[in-house]
Design a binder for this molecule. Structure first.
Ligand code: 3PG
Length: 216
């Protein structure tokens, strides 16, 4: 789907092998974290709407780090999508799918990666024109074997598995033909955030380039 910033869900997935899943509790962390990830070559940043500070953090990143491509994660309603767009989000990620989330993101011109864990959910997304999907929670919902099984009936769907993906197992996921990228929280460890160890986060981001040369 074309958007006002010409970004598609596929482009969000193709930019790097990993979309970092970010949980921010302190607005002071937002800008240095975004800069640390950018320094490591990661531009697509998924800030989850899980904390009261999420929206102000997104606003700070949008204002001060315009080279980052800000996304909102944990979008659970049309209102979440609207608030995220107002805060500067340019894409959205949801842990599940409803038609109202899909409609809101369509109306807001926000590319959406909706979460699916069953064939029926994939069919619902396809009915609404969505073929780039987040497989969530990926490890718990069936792991790589599930995506291999889906590649038959849902051969045109491309996935971003998220949930239980780590630096150690990411290559296995990325080797699957229907996986474009993975999502994961390992790039932003809570202890590194807490002590402002931005250099460690940049190093973790840089490590993901090896994943690209290994497969995607
Ligand atoms: C989440 O919603 O927290 C993501 O799925 C991240 O999961 P992870 O911590 O297993 O990477």
């Amino acid at each position: 789907m074309a958007t006002k910033n010409s970004l598609s869900a596929l482009q969000v997935m193709q930019d790097a092998p990993v979309i970092p899943v970010i949980v921010l509790h302190d607005i002071a962390h937002a800008v240095p974290l975004a800069r640390a990830l950018l320094a490591g070559g990661i531009r697509m940043l998924e800030v989850t709407l899980r904390t009261p500070q999420a929206l102000p953090c997104m606003e700070a990143i949008a204002r001060h780090v315009p080279e980052a491509v800000l996304g909102a994660g944990t979008v659970r309603s049309a209102a979440d999508a609207q608030a995220a767009a107002m805060a500067g989000a340019r894409f959205a990620v949801s842990p599940g799918y409803t038609h109202s989330i899909g409609q809101a993101c369509h109306d807001l011109e926000l590319p959406l990666l909706p979460g699916v864990a069953t064939g029926s959910e994939i069919l619902m997304c396809q009915q609404d024109g969505l073929t780039e999907l987040k497989f969530f929670p990926a490890l718990q919902a069936g792991g790589p074997a599930m995506l291999k099984a889906w590649s038959g009936p849902f051969g045109e769907v491309r996935f971003c598995p998220t949930g239980g993906v780590t630096l150690q197992n990411a290559a296995e996921w990325l080797a699957l033909p229907n996986v474009v990228c993975v999502g994961g929280s390992w790039l932003v460890p809570a202890d590194a955030l807490a002590c402002g160890d931005w250099a460690r986060i940049t190093r973790l981001a840089r490590e993901t380039h090896a994943l690209r040369s290994a497969g995607k």
